[in-house]
Design a protein around this ligand. Structure first.
Ligand SMILES: [Zn+2]
Length: 166
């Protein structure tokens, strides 16, 4: 899980290598799509690596929300459109981060002991965010979003399971 979180942390920015078609911060790589492709291709590996991949991508997208949405920081549609989403970029990133964490926490709960699954996933996300923030020199905010988002998601999942049980 940890290895995949670190590998997939960098995956959204492979759009830099595909610049002629995709533009940086492409909507295709800046989404949970790469993790879903991995989910289909790597199903035999089990739930843990896929949870890690989702955490890596979610950390990256959450940190990308920290930059003001102008120019290259926005989410871009691929060729032949090549237009930016503007303020909708926040909505796109936020929605993908939330879905990413819901799936990641579910998979973590399936592969780890229920008592440690959520703390482990939140800690992994926080550490990954700290590393990513250090690389991008925005550490404090990066750690905060990386811890806050999975915590909020875990809280929401918890409340939902309680209302279901009641
Ligand atoms: Zn990015």
């Amino acid at each position: 899980m940890m290895l995949m979180a670190w590998i997939f942390l960098g995956v959204p920015d492979i759009d830099l290598a595909l610049m002629p078609i995709l533009h940086h911060r492409s909507i295709i790589t800046h989404s949970i799509l790469p993790a879903l492709v991995f989910l289909i291709l790597g199903r035999s590996l089990g739930a843990a690596p896929i949870a890690g991949a989702l955490i890596g991508i979610s950390v990256h997208l959450a940190c990308d929300m920290l930059s003001p949405m102008v120019g290259f920081a926005q989410i871009w549609l691929p060729q032949p459109f090549l237009i930016p989403l503007g303020p909708l970029s926040y909505l796109w990133l936020g929605a993908n981060v939330l879905v990413g964490y819901v799936l990641a926490l579910r998979l973590a709960m399936a592969s780890l002991h229920p008592g440690i699954a959520v703390p482990f996933a939140v800690a992994l996300s926080g550490v990954t965010g700290a590393a990513y923030g250090a690389l991008n020199e925005q550490s404090a905010a990066a750690v905060m979003v990386s811890v806050l988002f999975p915590l909020m998601t875990a809280g929401w999942l918890f409340l939902r399971s309680r209302t279901k049980a009641a």
